[in-house]
Design a protein around this ligand. Structure first.
Ligand code: NAP
Length: 284
């Protein structure tokens, strides 16, 4: 990679940034497409966020990805927030044009694209979501945009599940329940898709999986896990053993990155090259 004063700069703003795969995924894609771009890790603690944002503009960055813990607080520093980020309530991608910063969220459409590639169309379907954090909000926003019929959020804390459901009032039938409630058992028995949005099963705790009463599920229910490290989680392995279709989180990671790549470069992202870079990064 030959970096010069003309090289276009993008990066990942977060704190801390120990295990991100995004730099490898994007830099491999830029090199493969012959684009003079570089993707840099940009660790910035919360107390330096305002200065960091000013620095991005001053240094002529084309845009950045935003990760924990800045996905919500960054919204205070942007000139415009796209509808994709308003619905999720968080920004994961920024485009900077002529000193104007626009915040997007590519997780919701990235998730839906990954499901479509696996042959699942959410329109008219019933979904159960395990977990009520940031990723759950992105998945729900994606489902709503795809005309899902119902979403039941299951969490260990009923108040958190209900408060996430409330964010989507007026959009679709979104309700919250605790994992051990009869309402949740009913939702599981009707579910066309069950999505794990908790970190349960993520490296280094790869032997964990979310508690689920598998006997309640329809044989046709699809199991989707947002965890991508390992590529096949215990939750997915259990689903496959029981004859369900299982979709991993690597597709969402590639698709959300591909959309950001398109925003910054105007080019279609080389998804297969990005996926290989991701898999190489995970195997290290
Ligand atoms: P988050 O905002 O911290 O939310 C995590 C959710 O999981 C919360 O509802 C939390 O419940 C619940 N949870 C955590 N540990 C739990 C446990 N032991 N038992 C039951 N519930 C538990 O995190 P996030 O940003 O949503 O990310 C969640 C996962 O999705 C991570 O593994 C992340 O890597 C993955 N992810 C993947 C992609 C992708 O592109 N594939 C994108 C985004 C996120 P409490 O609130 O009660 O703690």
């Amino acid at each position: 990679m030959n970096i010069t004063a003309k090289t276009q700069k993008v990066g990942l703003l977060g704190w801390p940034l120990s295990h991100s795969l995004s730099p490898a995924m994007h830099n491999t894609a830029f090199a493969a497409c012959g684009l003079d771009f570089v993707y840099l890790p940009l660790p910035a603690p919360p107390e330096s966020l305002a200065t960091a944002v000013g620095g991005l503009k001053a240094l002529g960055f084309v845009g950045v990805n935003v990760t924990i813990p800045h996905k919500v607080t960054i919204m205070d520093y942007l000139d415009e927030i796209d509808v994709s980020a308003k619905l999720v309530g968080a920004v994961n991608t920024i485009v900077i044009k002529e000193n104007h910063m626009i915040g997007y969220n590519t997780d919701a459409s990235g998730y839906i694209s990954s499901l479509r590639q696996a042959g699942f169309d959410a329109a008219g379907k019933h979904a159960v979501i395990l977990g009520a954090g940031g990723a759950a909000r992105a998945v729900i926003a994606g489902f709503i945009e795809s005309n899902i019929a119902t979403v039941t959020i299951g969490a260990r804390d009923n108040i958190k599940a209900a408060s996430v459901a409330e964010l989507f009032l007026g959009h679709a039938s979104v309700t919250g329940a605790t994992w051990d409630s009869p309402e949740f058992a009913l939702a599981l028995s009707l579910a066309d898709i069950v999505v794990n949005t908790t970190p349960l099963g993520m490296y280094p705790n790869a032997t964990c999986q979310p508690p689920l009463d598998w006997e309640l599920l329809k044989p046709s229910a699809v199991i989707s896990d947002l965890v991508y490290n390992p590529l096949e989680t215990q939750f997915m392995a259990e689903a496959l053993r029981r004859g369900h279709i299982a979709v991993g989180g690597d597709g969402m990671l590639v698709e959300q990155g591909a959309l950001a790549y398109h925003f910054w470069t105007g080019c279609n992202a080389p998804r297969e090259i990005m996926r290989k870079a991701l898999i190489n990064g995970l195997s290290r």
